[in-house]
Ligand binder design. Sequence first.
Ligand SMILES: O=C(O)c1cc(=O)[nH]c(=O)n1[C@@H]1O[C@H](COP(=O)(O)O)[C@@H](O)[C@H]1O
Length: 281
Amino acid sequence: MSPLEPFGARLRRAMDERGPLCVGIDPHASLLAEWGLNDDVAGLERFSRTVVEAVAGRVAVLKPQSAFYERFGSRGLAVLEKSVEEARAAGALVVMDAKRGDIGSTMAAYAESFLRKDAPLFSDALTVSPYLGYGSLKPAVELARESGTGLFVLALTSNPEGAEVQHAVRSDGRDVGATMLAHLAEENAGARPLGSFGAVVGATLGDLSSYDLAVNGPLLAPGIGAQGATPADLPRVFGAAVRNVVPNVSRGVLRHGPEPVALRDAAERFAEEIRAAVDSA
Ligand SMILES: O=C(O)c1cc(=O)[nH]c(=O)n1[C@@H]1O[C@H](COP(=O)(O)O)[C@@H](O)[C@H]1O
């Protein structure tokens, strides 16, 4: 099977054409209830399909959160497979949010589950955790290079608890989050127009000027909406790197459902605010 064009190049083009917004598909039980759906596989299927149909033809990226599908076992995963396929067919890139991380030999199997071209859950990129050591991600990096897919590595997460790990200072004086960013910069060296190995950096984190965010790769920025950050925060948080930021909004969009037009309008409002913020930087 022929490899895809590298994820970074495909993402750059999608961001330029559609704007950088990533809509997260997080079918929380509470959202299913708000939408008048049952907390069962049929409700999950309806929710997921509605979001995909409403926005996949417009936004650059959709990010399904695997946990909400895994809750329903194999039938939930079947819904996830279908949503990924439909989202990609509508022209959105899919970042599978599964936050995988394990020893290298197991990591290879996780990578094959999401990044091998003929895998049922094949996605354009995968979120991964480097906290078994960045080197443990090597099989995923290799497969991503081979298949034209990408990774988003948890570097500086949006949740307050992340600091105890990510701000821990190493013997060389650098903190753990900065070390992950440095690994990614190395991974993306020489890639044009954008590398395929991104960092997850929360939009909630305030001033990040002490970090070198110039990793020549995308920065997935969750935290806008339900976690309190706003599009207007992006230039202050990300500085010169703001043009490589892929801001994620999940509940902030999803709470406007179930009407597709209301979901679409909510996504469009965030997209506009993000565009204005990036242009002002
Ligand atoms: O990797 C992620 O996507 C992620 C990393 C992070 O640091 N913080 C974070 O919130 N996320 C995910 O981003 C989404 C945020 O959802 P909302 O808070 O509803 O917009 C959830 O799916 C989280 O699992």
